[in-house]
Write a protein that binds this ligand. Structure first.
Ligand SMILES: C[C@@](CO)(OP(=O)(O)O)[C@H](O)COP(=O)(O)OP(=O)(O)OC[C@H]1O[C@@H](n2ccc(N)nc2=O)[C@H](O)[C@@H]1O
Ligand SMILES: Nc1ncnc2c1ncn2[C@@H]1O[C@H](COP(=O)(O)OP(=O)(O)O)[C@@H](O)[C@H]1O
Length: 311
């Protein structure tokens, strides 16, 4: 019996998927396949996209919410690609309507497209009642993008390889973040390219791709004051080079009382770690008033990865 014939068709499913921040992003040299080796610590944050899948006469995707106009509505959308790949493996036709409710900033360095892909994977498996295990789902996720396995996984995790190989990390407590969302996005390949340009012929030692043991120990303590000085992003100089105005944003967050601020992944969202919830609310209010960002949000982490809201 094929896996497809085991399926139970639901009317619609909605999957909630989190954004991420990289607490550490160490970037090694450019590889022959066009990717860079990474050592990264991901944390999933309570800023979510909702991905709804329902039966339809054809595969189509619509997006509403923050930055919806910049999200492709065709087969290049990562959520549509995810559904198409699950359908191909299950030997069935991908006749699904995908409706994305966007809150994760588009091209913001918070893995919004990856989140939608992870949501669509979980959604398709549940909509069609497929017998696809966690390992196979993670393999499909990695084929869609380096960050997609983490969007499935959530919580706090160490990422190696091109970011797709995950190991859970114990993080105690709840961390309070403020996110300064920029007026325009940054392209991930452009930021990696800018890092290569800035590095020039300088040899990139393995040291830059080493496990951040101090940070991992600090995370088990649950103390944001211990974690804050250990935040690190090798892509930050490249993001600042492409959007110099981000220096002002980072400065404004520190001046407002954040423990530390960092460009999130390839940027341009800036993420500020705060001592507690009260501090985060104050920092968010000051940043909003400073006019350095298009929008300011508070979020907590870690939170779970892609999860079904309704079936
Ligand atoms: C930088 C990070 C940090 O977590 O995320 P964002 O900040 O963009 O969300 C990731 O490495 C982005 O992951 P993701 O957005 O899934 O990238 P992919 O689709 O796999 O790759 C897009 C392009 O980014 C570059 N890339 C990506 C990953 C990697 N380890 N090395 C790279 O050089 C390559 O140019 C690649 O063609
Ligand atoms: N479902 C999706 N949501 C957002 N962007 C998508 C999606 N599918 C494809 N994309 C494309 O991926 C690019 C990167 O988007 P995103 O994942 O939001 O940013 P980042 O890589 O900085 O985390 C966008 O500019 C967009 O063209």
């Amino acid at each position: 019996m094929s896996r497809a014939s085991l399926s139970v068709v639901s009317d619609a499913v909605t999957v909630r998927v989190p954004a991420k921040v990289n607490l550490h992003l160490g970037v090694g040299p450019l590889r022959d396949d066009g990717f860079h080796d990474l050592v990264t610590v991901y944390q999933a944050l309570s800023l979510y996209d909702d991905v709804r899948l329902s039966p339809s006469s054809e595969l189509r995707v619509t997006t509403r919410g923050d930055g919806a106009a910049d999200v492709p509505g065709d087969s290049t959308n990562l959520a549509a690609r995810a559904v198409a790949e699950v359908a191909r493996r299950a030997d069935r036709s991908p006749r699904v309507a995908i409706d994305i409710d966007k809150r994760i900033p588009v091209a913001g360095g918070m893995a919004g497209g990856s989140a939608d892909a992870a949501g669509a994977l979980v959604g398709a498996v549940n909509l069609w009642g497929l017998d696809i295990g966690r390992d196979e789902l993670t393999e499909i996720a990695a084929g869609l993008g380096s960050d997609v396995p983490f969007a499935l996984h959530g919580a706090t995790a160490l990422g190696t390889g091109r970011g797709e190989q995950l190991m859970p990390i114990l993080a105690r407590g709840e961390f309070h973040w403020v996110l300064a969302i920029a007026r325009s996005g940054l392209s991930t390949p452009a930021v990696y390219g800018e890092l290569d340009r800035l590095r020039g012929n300088r040899s990139v030692s393995d040291v830059e791709a080493r496990r951040p043991d101090d940070l991992m120990a600090a995370l088990t303590s649950g103390d944001p004051r211990t974690v804050a000085p250990l935040l690190h992003n090798d892509l930050q100089p490249a993001a600042l080079s492409l959007q110099p105005v981000l220096r002002r944003t980072l400065r404004a967050g520190i001046d407002a009382g954040a423990l530390n601020g960092i460009v999130s992944g390839s940027g341009p969202t800036c993420a500020f770690l705060c001592a507690d919830e009260t501090s985060a609310v104050n920092v968010a209010a000051e940043l909003s008033g400073a006019g350095v960002a298009r929008a300011v949000r508070t979020a907590t982490g870690p939170v779970p990865g892609a999860r079904l809201l309704s079936a």
